[in-house]
Write a new protein. Sequence first.
Length: 282
Amino acid sequence: MSDTALKVADFKSDLKPIWCSGCGDFGVITPFYQALAEIQAVPKETVIVSGIGCSGRFPYFCNTYGFHGVHGRALPTAAGVKISRPDLKVIAVGGDGDGLGIGGGHIAHVARKNVDMTYILIDNSIYGLTKGQSSPTSPISMTSKTAPHTGIEEPLNPLLMFLSYHASFVARGYSGKPKNLKQLFVDAMNHKGFSILHIFSPCVSMNKQITFKTMNEIVKPLPDDWDTSNRLAAMEKALDEDTFWTGLVYQDERPTINDRLDSLEEKLGRYDGLSELLGQYK
Ligand SMILES: Cc1ncc(C[n+]2csc(CCOP(=O)(O)OP(=O)(O)O)c2C)c(N)n1
Ligand code: SF4
Ligand SMILES: [Mg+2]
């Protein structure tokens, strides 16, 4: 790397993360900075869009453009940025409440459009920022401020959902293994198409039931010879209730929505509204 190459410190903003001491999110942002440095992301051409939650604070701590939007709307906002400005690197970030509760409907549509961007879904099975309500991934046996006796709803299976939506890059990680996360971020940001990472990141303050200790017992990396083209086998791993398999689970190369818009424009040969609509931002 040349002397002018950007270093990890160049991607940290002047604001130090204000998460609780020991929060899993530190184990997400540290490898994320490292990955930005490894791919030599250009800060002025990188946009991080987030929803609301402790995890939604990500953009503040990164020396890139950022947009801390409304709860559950990180994905549509980020997709709009990428479709109108394909030259930018776009990353969306948010929590399990943000992305799977109020914003849960958006993932399927960004996946089927194959918008060329990365989504980091930071799951702690709790609403951390609002101090401990059950989330869409809280196990039914888990108690919380909104389930003082026991849960009464089945949890979602995010990995299975992303695979069934046919997202073109699906990975799973754990903030207790930040080294593995760095490579997943690099691969996700280099992927052409929609890359989604489901990252479990313990909330040490509001979720005393799923901890680093309980996670360490069930986290296992996928085998080295894992076939990332086999979606059915990936779904079987997602259905495994005893092991939290981590790594690149599934990857597929196919045209992005911007590729398809470009071919449509070429095919039409003349303007019908599309180029003007998109071209004004190019
Ligand atoms: C429309 C709307 N509804 C509810 C809220 C309150 N609210 C803010 S963050 C949040 C959930 C945060 O949980 P999660 O997305 O899992 O993020 P975490 O804090 O756990 O990282 C809720 C319900 C809000 N800000 N806006
Ligand atoms: S409440 Fe939980 S998720 Fe939020 S900063 Fe504290 S430990 Fe992290
Ligand atoms: Mg959460």
